[in-house]
Design a protein around this ligand. Sequence first.
Ligand code: CUA
Length: 348
Amino acid sequence: MASYLGPFKRMGYLLGLLGVTVLAGCGKDLPQSVFDPHGPVARMQLRLLSLTMWLALLVGTVVAALSIYVAWRFREKPGDKGLPPQIHGNHKLEVLWTIIPIAILTIIAVPTVQTAQAVYNPPQGALKVRVIGRQWFWDFEYPELGIKTSNELHIPVGRPIELEVTSQDVIHSFWVPKLMGTIDVIPNRVNKAWMQADEPGEYSGQCKEFCGASHAKMKFRVIAEDPAKFEEWVKKMKQYSVTVDSDLAKRGQQLFFEKSCYQCHAISGLVGKTADGKEVEAKGTVGPNLTGVGSRRYIAAGYMPNTDENLKLWLKDPGAVKPGAKMPNLQLKEDELQALVAFLRSVK
Ligand code: CUA
């Protein structure tokens, strides 16, 4: 008996484990749970998801129950001989099982079309943001405000944010589970969507389309702030200037230009001298925009908390942290690493 039940027992454990895993994904305290919406778009999408999920569960339960009932009711009984009488076709049944699915699909179709319309068209008064997906980070531009930043998107609460989404290399997918569902990020195409946050907070986002070696590390944050605080940030970014106050940081600033970091990264308004004395501006676009990087919460596209240690780890060997990253290993020495960290801290 035990050996006969063996496979079932194992299947039971497996199903139990699967169930626990699935339920764990439904928790409310998780940073990327779609079951905990914090804005109108995410709420509309969750409503539609719940409707279809419950209807599917109802259909599944009814079909499973009927199958079990039929298997039991018409099982072979002692004394049965050969096949029971065979029936072909039943008009009543066929009409019924055509009408019921049509009714169910209609119930799903109407709110689906309504939701699709609503989540693609932002309400009046939206703030426009361009999202550019890159291997493996995010550029954010505010065309109306003249601000560019990367990996941390500041938004004011209570105001719709109109997103124009595109990619500069391969297909990515932009997703902030608590604020909005996914939107494809496709080269040579601009996709539109919008989102809005109800309350201030840090909302975790993630690329959701496999896009290469460091896809899993292509994260970002949406920082939703009270309008007044957002305006402060806008003001700071518009009149941005770096104040370097220690000798170590000053040395770091020199290195930023001597080691050619400026060729790939922009820091608004920052000017310096290259190794051969040429005056240049930090306005590279190959890597993330570093304006204000010192006050970001994370580095490496939301992958690591922005601590001195992590920053050093990243500068020392970017490819070890993020396989395939375009940032080269500059073979920096310990004192150079310390100086660059001190400098990047001042870029706040
Ligand atoms: Cu970008 Cu996955």
